[in-house]
Design a protein around this ligand. Structure first.
Ligand code: GLA
Length: 714
């Protein structure tokens, strides 16, 4: 007997057959076939039944939620584990009819399954959100008497055969999110992270698409695991198929270490949310579903994102009240709204080597505490932010000397002279909560930059003696939540040596991510382009650094630096007391422009054009498509003399627009005798159809230059 379930939203559909006896079979995830009545749906499910294969099972392969060996699935299984080696092949049957209900604007399918012999129960939740984003979470409960050692619980969805190409991201410190592409061949493409944090090389999204897909074209299916510890993303293809008109699957889940999750009788484990996003029109539309979902969350930051000055690349560890007060005063004159004091204010932390973990204000550097600076900052009209790195400590610190038993990674190799504290240890947790809370109250901290500067190798729970990454990650989420509950309005940024903790798990508990430790704008253009697939601009910190980048030692124009930081939650990270008058004037004009445009930048749809590698065009288009801001960035010189036309993506073909160059966003230098008349005039007028389909001649810029175009409907 079949029992079809069709969920549809915003052009996306998920079709399942919940007729049992196994868990619902996934028959389709992708474009919406439209409204189907019961008859049509019944016929469709019957017609989708595949034929019986040769030299194979005597029945067609099913592809249920949580597929495993009993379903003939020989790929990575949905659920794996055992009872001391017994019950290795879960046989999950539908325990009661699957249920669909609406929850707000989402359609939610809940399924309960059971393996009576292995004494396991599973719960599957699939939520098709209003934006067409699909979120999946599975739970397993040990209903038996003994221990169930869980090896993995993963969410898998089939993708059709036309998804013949894979895209994922990799990277390193100061060069996060570097794309790589390959054909989606048979076998497993696994992106596994055992770093104990998301990682600089985290893929953010693992994408399968029709060959040649880009930002604006092609069909794409993508998966993201919303978890900040060890995790995996999989693309797998088997010759016998995944039962849904194709042979490939995408999957995501937490990566569990040996013995890490042992369920006592009655205990449950739930996966993080696994996000699946589909688009018929390239990566931008898949990314827009994620952005729309994030923006609809109740906790999403809705107040204007304040312009930041972070002190790190301005003064590093060189703290004193007088210097920092002068820095704050100059920052306020430029238009800064949030002043963040970075590393070096606590314990014996005068350099990288000591004092980390001692969360009390250093009396030698701050004899009167942080109040005098924090009060001055507030008097100047800015709020006060402070750096912490709660999970870490230098071995040369009071906290480690007094509590060596709190160290999660005692046998790990040294990494930036730090060890990791076991936040799941209640005493360490209480110490962190109370000491951070005390400083927040004492100095009136409105914003925490929460750093995390090493991988968690050989993490062993100090109380359990077992692999401790899962517990650590959950405890950190709890600590973040408890701090935010104690200090209403406190905002928290997730930083991890730049962008090594960017995922939708941490973003459930924080308000912004630090994109990368490189403020070199050429690097940042590329990093932001890919990071922006997952995270909308208002949640990404990006700062204007020094002329010569501190991480690449490359010099860049102020215009490129400001135009780059503009398309984010913007800030400054340089010593503004040393800027020339011209630089200060440019920064002040830019700060005003950021404030004028942030309403649009932080609510509109992000668009990116598919251009050759020597240039980028990206922008943000308002939801009503009446206004947009684009940046055209010439990364390197072009082999071509005339560099073609710029097609502005995302506009309404039926509206008439003014296109205006806004130099306040950043001044650019053009090729000498630049013969681009419209750009020399600084303005053009045309319909959205013309701008999107015919285009305007590309401004002929020198390399490493950017121009920002403001487009408004008449
Ligand atoms: C990390 C962060 C930087 C800065 C330093 C301070 O590297 O990513 O932004 O805060 O730590 O030590």
């Amino acid at each position: 007997m079949t029992s079809p379930i069709l969920l549809r939203s915003a052009g996306v559909a998920l079709l399942l057959d919940a007729g049992g006896p196994q868990l619902p079979r996934v028959l389709h995830w992708g474009p919406d076939p439209g409204d189907l009545d019961d008859d049509a749906l019944g016929r469709l499910v019957a017609d989708l039944q595949p034929g019986v294969a040769r030299s194979a099972f005597d029945e067609p392969w099913p592809f249920p939620l949580l597929p495993g060996q009993v379903d003939g699935w020989t790929g990575r299984t949905g659920l794996s584990g055992s009872r001391d080696g017994l019950a290795p092949y879960p046989n999950l049957e539908l325990a009661e009819p699957a249920e669909v209900h609406t929850d707000g604007a989402a359609q939610a399918l809940t399924v309960r399954g059971m393996d009576r012999e292995a004494e396991l129960e599973v719960g599957c939740e699939l939520r098709l959100e209003e934006s067409g984003l699909l979120r999946v979470r599975h739970t397993v409960t040990n209903t038996g008497d003994g221990i169930y050692a869980l090896d993995g619980l993963t969410a898998l969805l089939p993708v059709p055969d036309r998804a013949g190409e894979l895209l994922d991201l990799t990277g390193r410190w100061c060069r996060e999110h570097s794309p790589q592409r390959q054909p989606f061949t048979y076998g497993t493409h696994a992106r596994e992270s055992r770093r104990g944090r998301t990682g600089h090389d985290a893929t953010l999204l693992l994408v399968a698409g029709t060959p040649g897909f880009g930002f604006r074209s092609g069909e794409v299916w993508a998966v993201h695991t919303a978890w900040s510890g060890n995790h995996l993303h999989l693309a797998e293809r088997l010759p016998e198929g995944a039962g849904a008109g194709g042979s490939g699957i995408l999957a995501g889940g937490e990566l569990l270490l040996p013995g890490e999750v042992r369920l006592e009788p009655g205990e449950s484990y739930a996966t993080p949310w696994i996000f699946f996003t589909y688009s018929a029109d390239g990566l931008d539309a898949a990314s827009a579903r994620l952005h729309q979902w994030l923006r609809a969350r109740p906790q999403h930051p809705r107040s204007p994102r304040p312009l930041v000055l972070n002190t790190w690349e301005a003064v590093y560890f060189d703290h004193d009240l007088e210097t920092l007060t002068r820095l704050a005063e100059q920052a306020a004159r430029v238009g800064v709204e949030r002043f963040v004091l970075d590393d070096g204010w606590f314990g014996a932390r005068r350099d990288d080597d000591r004092g980390l973990g001692d969360w009390w204000v250093a009396p030698d550097v701050w004899p009167q505490g942080l109040r005098p600076l924090a009060d001055r900052v507030r008097a100047l009209g800015m709020d006060f932010g402070l750096w912490f790195e709660p999970e870490m400590a230098n071995p040369d610190s009071d906290v480690v000397r007094e509590h060596p038993d709190w160290v999660l990674t005692p046998s790990a190799r040294s990494w930036r002279q730090q060890v990791v504290l076991d936040v799941a240890n209640p005493d360490a947790y209480a110490y962190l909560l109370e000491s951070i809370s005390g400083v927040v109250d004492e100095a009136g901290v409105a914003y925490i930059k929460w750093d995390h500067n090493r991988d968690l190798h050989v993490a062993v729970g100090t109380l359990s003696g077992r692999a401790g990454v899962h517990e650590q990650t959950a405890a950190v989420y709890r600590l973040l939540d408890e701090l935010r509950a104690r200090h209403p309005g406190l905002e928290i940024e997730s930083c991890s040596s730049g962008g090594a903790r960017i995922d939708l798990g941490i973003l459930e508990h924080t308000d912004r991510i630090w994109g990368s430790d490189t403020n070199d704008p050429l690097e940042r253009q590329l990093i932001q382009r890919w990071e922006g697939l997952l995270v909308p601009p208002e949640l990404v910190g990006s700062h204007v650094g020094d002329t010569v980048s501190h991480t690449t030692h490359r010099a860049s124009s102020l215009g490129l630096r400001t135009a780059t930081a503009l398309f984010a939650h913007a800030g400054l990270e340089l010593d503004v007391t040393k800027c020339t008058d011209d630089e200060l004037a440019a920064l002040t004009a830019w700060a005003g422009f950021y404030k004028e445009m942030r309403g649009l930048l932080h609510s509109g749809d992000v668009v990116r054009a598919d251009l050759p590698d020597d240039a980028l065009l990206h922008g943000v288009v308002s939801r009503d498509r009446r206004e947009a801001l684009y940046a055209f960035v010439r990364l390197t010189t072009s082999a071509q003399e005339q560099t073609g036309r710029l097609l502005l993506p995302g506009l309404d073909p039926g509206l008439e627009y003014d296109v205006v160059h806004r130099p306040e966003a950043g001044a650019a230098t053009a090729v000498e005798k630049s013969p681009t008349p419209w750009f020399e005039r600084g303005a053009a007028r045309a319909s959205g159809a013309v701008l999107g389909r015919v285009g305007l001649p590309t401004p002929r810029l020198d390399p490493a230059q950017a121009v920002v175009l403001h487009v408004r409907a008449l």
